[in-house]
Structures are given as C-alpha cells and as structure tokens.
Design a protein around this ligand. Structure first.
Ligand code: T5A
Length: 221
C-alpha cells in the first residue's frame, strides 16, 4: 500500500475527548456492546453521543434508506459515494462539534472500516481507492480506538435468523460476498495496529464486554 495515503489522517485534538468506533459483519454484536458501553460511560459522568452509519443525521437517514432499501443493484462507486456523503455530513453536523468538549465521547456504530471492508474488499474497489476518497477534511478524521467484533459466516447467519427481520440490501448477499468481507475485515488490524483491536465475538456478550472494558481502561482518564 502507498503509505502516503495515510498521511492526511488525524484524530480529534481536544484533550480528554474520545472518538470510538465499532466494526464487524451483520450480527457481530456491535449494537449490543455499544448500548452497554453507553450506560457505563454515562455512569462515570461522560457526555456520550452514540451514532450509526449510514445515518445519524436527518440527511444521512435518508441516504440509509436509499441504500438499504434499494431494489436495484447499485454500482459499487455509487454505493461508496452515498456512504461517504452520509459520513461527511455526520462529521460536520454532529461529531466534530460534540468532540470540542474535553469530557465527551462519540461512539459510532460503523465508520471508515466498514467502507474499506464492504466497498473496498467485498465489492472490489480496493483499499487505496477508499483511502484516496478520505484524504480531505472532514473525512480524514480517524477514531482513537476501534473494536472489530469478529464472527464467522455461520454465526452471522444464525444470529440474523434468530432475529427474524426481513433481509436488507447487504444481508441478502451470498456466502461468497461475506467471505470476502470477513477476509477484508481480518486484514484491517494489521494495517492499523495502533487503532483497531480485533475481538473474538463468538462468545457471550458478557465476555466481549469484559474485553472491551479492560482495553478501554487504558484510554479513559
Ligand atoms: N455499510 C455501512 C457499508 O457497506 N459501507 C459503509 O461504509 C457503512 C457505514 C448497515 C449496512 O451498511 C453497510 C454494512 C451494513 O450491511 P446496519 O443495520 O447498521 O447496516 O448494521 P448491521 O451490522 O447489519 O447491524 P446488526 O444489528 O445486524 O448487527 P450488530 O449491531 O453487530 O448486532 P446486534 O448487537 O444487533 O446483535 C445481533 C443479534 O445477535 C444477538 C443480539 O441479541 C441480536 O439478536 N447477539 C448475540 N448473540 C449471542 N452472543 C453474542 N455475543 C451476541 N451479541 C449480540
């Protein structure tokens, strides 16, 4: 990979503010863990903002609907630009202003690593294309820490089935897509070793929570 592509990336600068993201395939348990973490952080008097991607803003929620309820296959670049459009708006409207205060924590349910894994690896646009599209402000903002909840294809299918909802645009993909996606996600901690922590998320929600809390202790002051 061209290392110059990593140079424009930065993390939020307000001392004491913290930007966190959760990543993983469908059913990996992101929403479950985020909810517990939000409760904990509020109990220690942090200002917490939980957001999801795509979405999180009025404009972003409209884009979420356009993508996840699309009845026609979208071109990977069309897909990708919709996610980036939602992200740029969310950063500008919500994330950056919130992080200006020192005791604030933003938790994002999916962020740039989803675009790398889904559009970069699974759809085939490639890592460098995705990084190139994130070179400019505000898209060049990286989280301080990212928890990648790692499960395999069978576990994802079991959890999707037990939830029983109708399948959305990505959930309806076949195993071949998921295997590329999983391989893409598993490559990410090597590319961003200081930021991404891979957690085996096939265990109980309680055991995953313990691993996250143990890691987070070193970051929260
Ligand atoms: N996307 C998104 C892109 O392609 N590119 C991008 O750039 C971005 C930002 C968004 C879609 O958009 C794509 C990726 C996605 O396909 P979404 O609905 O926001 O879709 O995300 P999903 O991952 O589909 O959300 P899920 O709700 O399916 O997954 P979660 O949040 O990881 O899982 P969660 O916590 O809801 O749990 C799922 C089920 O498993 C159970 C829960 O109770 C629930 O029933 N569960 C466990 N069961 C056993 N053991 C555990 N440890 C469990 N943890 C949770």
């Amino acid at each position: 990979m061209n290392q110059n592509l990593l140079k424009p990336f930065r993390t939020p600068e307000t001392p004491g503010s913290f930007f966190l993201s959760f990543e993983g395939i469908e059913g990996s348990g992101k929403t479950t863990q985020i909810s517990d973490l939000e409760t904990f952080l509020k109990s220690i008097n942090k200002r917490v903002l939980v957001l999801r991607e795509p979405g999180g803003s009025t404009f972003g929620e409209k884009l979420r609907e356009a993508i996840l309820e699309s009845k026609v296959p979208l071109h990977p670049l069309a897909e990708c630009h919709l996610f980036l459009s939602s992200r740029a708006q969310l950063l500008n409207e919500k994330i950056l202003p919130f992080l200006l205060r020192p005791d604030s924590v933003v938790i994002l349910d999916r962020y740039i690593d989803s675009t790398i894994a889904y559009q970069g690896f699974a759809r085939g646009l490639g890592l460098e294309t995705i990084l190139t599209l994130h070179q400019h402000n505000p898209l060049n903002l990286l989280p301080h820490r990212t928890y990648f909840l790692d499960i395999d294809f069978a576990t994802s299918m079991d959890r999707q089935k037990s939830r029983g909802n109708a399948k959305d645009y990505f959930e309806a993909e076949q195993e071949e897509f998921y295997q590329k996606l999983i391989a893409g996600y598993r490559a990410l901690p090597e590319l961003f070793p200081d930021r991404i922590l891979k957690i085996d998320a096939s265990g109980t929600a309680e055991s995953i929570k313990t691993q996250i809390m143990n890691d987070l202790k070193t970051y929260l002051k």
